[in-house]
Structures are given as structure tokens and as C-alpha cells.
Design a protein. Sequence first.
Length: 256
Amino acid sequence: MSELRILSLNLHCLVEADLDAKQRRIAREIHDRDIDVVCLQEVAQSMDQPLVHDNIKADNYALTLQRLLHDLGKHYHLAFVPFKMSFNKYDEGLAILSRHSLHNVAHAYLSNGRDYADWTTRKILVADIHLEENVLSVATTHFGWSDDNETFEDQVDTAMRLLQRDNPVLLAGDFNVRPNTAEFQHVKNHGFHDVFADDPMLSTHPTHGGMYVHETASRIDYIAVNRPHERLDGAILFTDKPVSDHYGIYARIKLK
């Protein structure tokens, strides 16, 4: 299977200061690294904006990135699913941007709760891409942590039922758990491998600052695959000038 360049980034909705400059910076990074697939979380659009097509509104964050990339001379396909309200004014969801056509796009709830007004509602978004003569399923998600109403392991199990397929699967996103925990071990028990696991710096570098259950900076964002692979390159992006409350994670891999 050919090489694949992946970026995963939690966008922090549309609340960042200097948003336009940060969006342009993200698009430039995608362009310059020639990224194949972008997995996005906390993708927001204003609830009062008009629909452009399907469920995508005019100021949708992923749509803005798609348009900026088009201006830079690169075409990306877009899939987006909203599933909850954020900051009392946004539709929040997940998105995939891909240089390859997206096929068999599907999504499913991971959380027990499905209330659109509840910020703890969670989903997963998955699509197939064709690499040469092979099919790769790409999924983006934003798992919730365990509390009185939800269990991280149950959300992972629900995701894995959607991801049961014969072809390789790449799962990326904000997992909300640290690497050396029983929770992340549960992900690995399903056959998924952290592409940064063999690198002491990348595997422990914080990707998120302290908020909610994460009292200190911690690594909670991942790119994982369920097949043997070779990581040819990797990086934590936007550390010098953050574009969100998360850093981006980038990997160039080759599935074996």
C-alpha cells in the first residue's frame, strides 16, 4: 500500500482569537506537507448561518479549510457530521478532508446520551478511501472520558463495531486519555497501534493543556492503525504558534 500522510487536529470550534490567521496557517501546513487525509474534531459552524449544501453551513470550519486549500491549488473532498450544540451558538461535529474521494461515509453515536444540547454527546465519522487497488477506512472521533453517565471503554467498543471490516482502518482524533493508561490499553486490545508508540518524544509530548479532567498538559490525541505499519515521519504541529487548545499530530506511514 502506498504511503499516507495524516493530520489530526481538534479545532476548538470557532472560539479562537485571530481565527482567520489560524485557519490560513492550518491550510498552509496541510498544503506544504502534502497531507492526504485530515481528521478533525470540534468542527463548528454557527447555528444561525445559512446552509451551503447538505448539513454544511456558510462558516463551517472544515469548509473554510477546504476553500483555503482550493485557493492554494489543492482539492480536498469533505465529509462532515454535526451532532451537538456548543457554546450555545454552534453546531459542533466531526469532519474528514481527503485528497482521495470519500466512499461509504457513515457515522454513529458513541455516547449513551444523544441530546443535541448536551456537550458530552459523542459520535464517530468514518469513510473509505482508495489507495491504488486497496481500500483504507479512515475514522475521526472525539471520545468522552468515564463519568457517572458514560464509560470510555463502552464508547470504544461501540466504535469498534462500526469499524469491523476486512480492510485496514485508521482511527484518529482526541481520545481524552493518556497513553499509559488502562483506557488506552483497551484501544490497543482491539488491535490498534499508536503510530507514535516507538518514539519516546512523540509518544509523550503533550497535545493539550490543562482543562476539565486534564489537570496538566498531556498527550490525548492519537493516530492509530489496526495493521502493521512503518512510520516514516512524525511531528507535533503548531507548538510554536498554537492554532487551537490542542496541537496537531502528523504522521507519514506505510501500511505493510
